[in-house]
Every structure is written in C-alpha cells, then in structure tokens.
Design a protein around this ligand. Structure first.
Ligand SMILES: *Cc1c(COP(=O)(O)O)cnc(C)c1O
Length: 443
C-alpha cells in the first residue's frame, strides 16, 4: 500500500492509525448478530462438529496405545479448567479495574502430545486423512477397533504417503509428531520465529524440518509447493482448512460438559466470556464456533493479538479479511508470541466468523511477559507468551460500559459472569527456555 492508500484507509477506519502506531487497542464489533442469524454464514453445522467428535472417539483406542499419556482420559485429548482467583486479584490491581464474576483458565497449554491448542486441530486433521486413506485401501472400516492402527502393517501402509505443513512452531509439533507416529513421512516447513527446541524435538521424532529465514506466510507457501509436485503428499492448509476448524470446534461441547460437572452455570443470567489468542485464526475461530454451538448467545468470544501482528482485527474491522496484511501498513509482524506471529489472517475464518465474534484487542509483548511472570507467581502456572494474550481481556470487557450496555449485561448479570482465559500453549517449554521468559517479566 502506498501512503495515499493508507491515508484513505485510516480516514474510513480510524482505529487503523492506532494499529500502525502499535498502540494496545480494544474494539468491540458492532456487526455481531445472534447465533441463529450468523450461523448460515459459517457454512458448517452442529452435524459437522458431531462427526468430528465421533471420529475422535473412534481414534481414542489408538491414541491410548500410541500416546500412553492419554490413557487417563481414555484416549480423548482434553484439558482441565481451573479457577485462578489469585490471578484475578492481581489483574484487578494491575489494571485498576474490578473484574465482576470469576476468572478461570482453560489449560490447553497442557494438552497431551504437543502441549498447545494445536493438539486439537492439527491432530484431528492428520487422523482424518489417515482414516480416509486406510478406508479407501480397504484396510479399515469405521466399525473396527482403531487400536489395529498401532501396528507395523499400518505404519508400512502410511509410509507410502507424506504430509507437509507450514508452521510457526506449535502446529508443526502437533502434525509432525502425530503423522510420524502413524508412519507418514512428514515435512514441517518452519518460519524464522519458530523456536530451536521445537525443531530439535521434531527431528527426534523423525520429522523432516525445513527452515526458512522468512515468516509464516513464506513457510506455508513453500509447504504448499512441495505438496503440489507430489500426488502422494497431503498439504495441511492452516489458512483455509475446514477440517482443522472442526477439530478445534469439538472443544465447545467438551467445555459444556466440564462446566456441568463443575456446576458452572451459563445462561442469560450467567454470561460466559472467553478470551482467545489469535494467530491465523483457525484455532480461536474453530473454538469460538464450537462455543457458540454449545452455549448459544450466552457466550461472548473475544480475540487477542500482539500489537505487532493484529491481522484478524485488521481484516474484520476493515472488511478486507485476507486482502490485507499488517505488513501492508508497515507493521513488522515481529513478536515474542511466536504462536501469534501471523501478518495475514485466514480469509475463511474471518468471513465465516465475523458476525459471531464480539470483540478484539491487542497487547504488547512486554505485557505478555509481565502477565507470564504474574501467573507463575500467583498461581504457579507456567505458559508461553502467546498463551497470556487472553489475560487482559476480562478487565478490558469490564471497563467497556458501552459494550456491556449494548448487550444488556447489567451489574447483576456481570456479578455472575464466568471469564475463561484460553491458555493456548507452554506445557512443553524446556526449563531453560522458561527461565528466559520469566526473566523478561518486569515483576
Ligand atoms: C497457534 C497458536 C495460537 C493461535 O491459533 P491460530 O489458529 O494460529 O489462530 C494461539 N496460541 C498458541 C500458543 C498457538 O500455538
């Protein structure tokens, strides 16, 4: 974009200037609709999510064998929800803002296999592909006990096929580890911001790691190119995959069950706010879709992005979706939140979900580090920087009276609110790496 084009964009969309200036901004979406009105635009339904749920159940006996750490949940990859009351107090003090209701943490950071939210979508897409190949070859039927997949026969079968993906790190970990375990030849194309320890871990699992000096967009393009030249290679497209999206969406119904078991009420009088760190958008978009199906209009979904990579806010706010990248505005897309270092949002997710997302905000890298330190101190929970992006959300929502009024969220309802911060990663960060993160916190 040239200077004049940027000026014109700012004239129409004033908040863009604040994004260019790397300010921490909050934007509540004036175009949200009810679930009933917004659902047709998603192009996917409850039935699609139910199919994904059923597929993950079929694979549970296999996952139990392949990843013994999933035995405690019978092969279902799911994370805990925990209360973080000390952090709630600390946040109220930090921001000088009362947080009405109670604060909880969804620990996808501690999901088995890859220690991040990517263990939902990434693994689901690999399993979907493996199932399709095995069924087409006449080796598997949906009524079989999928434990049979944990065998040399199947590993040799999958060995003939390859899988490629472009990643900033965590998606590559999920897809790499899962694919290699099934027997696939797998290549992970990694961007410059991917951490060294993730590359090492993948190589230990027998994954072919291809490194780039450029960002995520380039790594994805190269992965796609590799797959195009090889008919036996399947490319997992983080930017446009409905399959990944459905893998994430399963989280909604699971959370509803967890809340029922924990006696956490969600209804008109008890609103639920969920704060989701956003990179390209598939993870938070899919989870938000699942949450809307599970809780209807009583759940409010808020996306959080680094000030240096506000791609989804930019795409939805301007309506330009994947037709604009933060780099077009001179924003550098350089952030310590490697899971969120994405300059151009998924056009599929933006267009599908723009009516169902209540709000968006940005925060600085230093804010993420400080919150990382605070959570470690107050609750003894250690996360990677990206996973803290949701943490300022409750204070931002509670401070925004106009938003609360426009959604009839009065003080009584807010006193019953549940705020859920989605902790998206960090459970497998090596100790020496975590020490560096903690050292970057100013408290
Ligand atoms: C990938 C990732 C996200 C965001 O998911 P997207 O699908 O890229 O939007 C958030 N947090 C962490 C730790 C991640 O790895």
């Amino acid at each position: 974009m040239n200077t004049l084009e940027i000026e014109n964009l700012v004239a129409k969309f004033p908040l863009v200037q604040q994004l260019i200036d790397l300010q921490a901004v909050t934007w509540f979406n004036p175009n949200t609709t009810t679930l009933a009105e917004g659902l047709p635009y998603v192009g996917l339904t409850q039935k699609d999510v139910a199919q994904a749920e059923a597929r993950l159940k079929r694979f549970a006996p296999y996952l139990c064998l392949a990843f013994p750490e999933t035995q405690t949940t019978q092969g279902i990859i799911e994370s805990e929800v925990v209360a973080i009351p000390a952090m709630q107090d600390a946040l109220q003090q930090r921001y000088g803002q009362t947080i009405s209701g109670s604060l909880w943490l969804k620990k996808d950071s501690h999901l088995p296999i890859s220690g991040s939210i990517k263990a939902r979508g990434g693994i689901y897409e690999v399993l979907t592909h493996a199932e399709k190949l095995a069924i087409e070859a006449g080796m598997l039927s949906v009524d079989d006990d999928y434990a049979i997949l944990f065998s040399d026969k199947f590993r040799q079968f999958f060995r003939q096929y390859s899988i490629a993906v472009g990643s900033t790190g965590n998606l590559g970990m999920s897809i790499g580890i899962m694919s290699a375990k099934l027997g696939f030849s797998v290549s992970v194309h990694m961007s410059a911001d991917a951490r060294e320890w993730k590359k090492r871990k993948l190589r230990e699992h027998g994954v072919n790691v291809v490194e780039y000096e450029q960002d995520y967009g380039v790594a994805v393009a190269q992965g796609r190119k590799q797959a195009e030249s090889d008919p036996r290679c399947f490319f997992i497209d983080d930017e446009n995959s409905a399959t990944l999206f459905l893998g994430y969406a399963v989280a909604g119904g699971r959370l509803r069950q967890q809340f029922e078991q924990m006696n956490i009420q969600v209804d008109r009088q008890h609103p639920l706010f969920v704060y989701l760190p956003c990179g390209v958008g598939g993870g938070p978009g899919g989870v938000a879709f699942g949450l809307k199906l599970a809780f209807g209009d009583n759940v409010h979904c808020i996306f959080a992005e680094p000030t240096h990579s506000p791609c989804m806010l930019l795409g939805i706010y301007t309506g330009l979706h994947d037709q604009i990248a933060v780099q077009d505005l001179g924003i550098d897309n350089v952030t310590a939140a490697d899971g969120l270092a994405v300059g151009r949002a998924s056009g599929f997710v933006g267009r599908a979900m723009e009516r169902l997302l209540e709000g968006f905000y940005t925060l600085s890298d230093q804010e993420m580090y400080d919150l990382l330190g605070l959570l470690a101190r107050e609750e003894n929970i250690q996360l990677e920087p990206s996973a803290l992006a949701g943490m300022p959300g409750p204070a931002r929502v509670c401070a925004h009276q106009q938003y609360l009024d426009s959604h009839q969220l009065d003080a009584q309802k807010m006193s019953h609110a549940t705020h859920l911060v989605w902790a998206t990663g960090g459970g497998m960060v090596p100790a020496e790496e975590m020490a560096k993160y903690l050292g970057a916190a100013k408290n």
